[in-house]
Design a protein around this ligand. Structure first.
Ligand code: HEC
Length: 211
C-alpha cells in the first residue's frame, strides 16, 4: 500500500473511462486492504490533493470531518492506520514495518529505477557523494538511517511526505493561488495560460471555497 494507490495521477490514463487525476480516485469510497475487521472501503473517497493544504483564512482542517489541523498530523496516522492496512493498536508494528522497508530497500524496485536506483537508506541519509544533486534531499529532512530508531525513521519519512504533499499546488500568478491544472503535468502550463485571464475576470479563488 502507498499514498498513490488511492491518490491517483496518471495511473488511469490508459484505463477505459480513466483520465488524469489530481491525486484523487474514481471511487465513491476508496477501497482499503483486506483485514479481519471486514472493512472494504474508507468512509469517503480520496479527495484531490493539489491545493488541498494551502494555508487559508480560518485555518487548515483536513479530512472532511476536520480530523487533522496540519498535514504532518494527518500523515503519521495515515501511515500507521487502516488505509495502510493497520488496525487500532498496531501502530508500533506499523512504525517498525516502515523503518524496516527504509533500512532494507536495495533500490532495485521499478520506481527506484526512475530515480537513480538509489536505496531509500542512501537517499534519506543524504550524505553519499554519489547521490546526484537532483535527488539529494535538504538537510532538515535527512535521517542517519544506520543509527536512527524506528520512530526517528518513521518521523523523517512522514516529514518528507508532508512537505511533498504541501508542495502539490496549482500554478499561481502574482495575486496568489489560481485555478489551473497541476504544474507537474506537461499540458498544465498551456491550459493554465488560457485559464488565468478568466480567473482575473472573476472566477472563484481559494478564499471563496474556505468560507
Ligand atoms: C486506502 C486509500 C488511501 C490511502 C492509501 C491514502 N489516502 Fe489520503 N485520503 C483517503 C481518503 C478516503 C480521504 C478522505 C478522508 C475523509 O475525508 O474522511 C483522504 C484524505 C487525504 C487528505 C486530506 C485532503 C483534504 O482536503 O482534506 C490528505 C492530505 C491525504 N489524504 C494525504 C494522503 C497521504 C500523504 C497518504 C500516504 C501517506 C494517503 N493520503 C494515503 C484515502 C487514502
Amino acid at each position: 500500500m502507498n499514498c498513490r494507490a488511492c491518490h491517483l495521477v496518471d495511473e488511469p490514463l490508459d484505463t477505459s473511462s480513466g483520465g488524469m487525476r489530481t491525486y484523487t480516485d474514481f471511487a465513491r469510497r476508496s477501497p482499503v486492504p483486506v483485514r479481519e475487521d471486514g472493512a472494504t472501503v474508507a468512509p469517503r473517497n480520496s479527495p484531490p490533493l493539489v491545493n488541498a493544504t494551502l494555508p487559508r483564512a480560518g485555518g487548515l482542517l483536513l479530512h472532511f470531518d476536520a480530523e487533522f489541523p496540519t498535514t504532518a498530523d494527518l500523515i503519521k496516522p495515515t501511515f500507521a492506520g487502516r488505509n495502510f492496512c493497520w488496525l487500532p493498536g498496531e501502530s508500533a508494528q506499523a512504525i517498525s514495518h516502515l523503518a524496516k522497508i527504509i533500512r532494507e530497500d536495495d533500490g532495485s524496485g521499478p520506481l527506484a529505477s526512475d530515480f537513480g536506483k538509489l536505496p531509500y537508506y542512501v537517499v534519506l541519509t543524504g550524505t553519499d557523494p554519489s547521490i546526484p544533486g537532483e535527488f539529494r534531499i535538504p538537510e532538515p529532512f535527512r535521517v542517519s538511517v544506520a543509527t536512527a530508531t524506528d520512530a526517528e525513521i518513521f518521523n523523517a519519512v512522514a516529514n518528507l511526505v508532508s512537505a511533498c504533499t504541501e508542495g502539490l499546488v496549482f500554478s499561481q500568478d502574482e495575486t496568489g493561488p489560481s485555478i489551473c491544472p497541476p504544474t507537474m503535468c506537461s499540458w498544465g502550463k498551456t491550459a493554465c495560460r488560457g485559464l488565468l485571464p478568466g480567473r482575473r475576470a472573476g472566477l472563484p479563488i481559494a478564499g471563496d471555497y474556505s468560507r
